[in-house]
Design a protein around this ligand. Structure first.
Ligand code: NI
Length: 173
């Protein structure tokens, strides 16, 4: 079921989410179905459970080719629960991000270029990947939601933050 996405300003986006302790449960599968429906309806690349008001450490992400990210590489459809991110170098890259909780805006955000991420899928099976570039950016963005961090909080220079149609007028239909 498509759920309303909380928007920046809602205090529920600022909480630390809680660990998932039970896997392969009807409740967890129902949450993931809602998250997938909601993300798909808004053409997003990722969604964290707190964005639909569920305070659990669950994120989904993935895209083949998304018109919102025309230059982004494909990222496999992933369910990531109780994630742990380890940066694999000090190298930071700035890149444009958007967020379904900050609709109509984009900002340039510094992220680690290369990370390892670990966690579990909805069945409790371990996930352990080493990724870089856009895949690494998406994971860092989504996992930030689990710690109550929205991307505008990470923007270094607020001149790199604005309305999408002003920042990228050529992309408007
Ligand atoms: Ni987001």
């Amino acid at each position: 079921m498509i759920k309303p996405v909380l928007k920046m300003g809602d205090a529920r986006l600022l909480r630390r989410a809680e660990d998932v302790t039970a896997f392969d449960t009807p409740e967890l599968h129902a949450l993931l179905a809602d998250m997938r429906d909601t993300m798909k309806s808004l053409d997003g690349a990722g969604l964290a459970a707190p964005q639909i008001g569920v305070n659990l450490r669950v994120v989904i992400f993935g895209l083949e080719h998304n018109p919102r990210y025309p230059e982004a590489e494909a990222v496999p459809d992933t369910v990531l629960i109780n994630p742990v991110i380890t940066p694999l170098s000090d190298e930071i890259e700035e890149g444009w991000e958007g967020c379904l909780s900050v609709p109509g805006m984009n900002g340039k955000v510094p992220r680690f270029l290369r990370i390892r991420y670990q966690g579990q899928d909805e069945y409790g099976a371990p996930i352990d990947r080493t990724v870089d570039n856009f895949h690494a950016r998406v994971v860092q963005h989504e996992c930030d939601h689990l710690d109550g961090v929205l991307y505008p909080m990470r923007i270094r220079d607020l001149r790199d933050f604005g309305f999408s149609d002003e920042l990228f007028p050529e992309e408007e239909a």
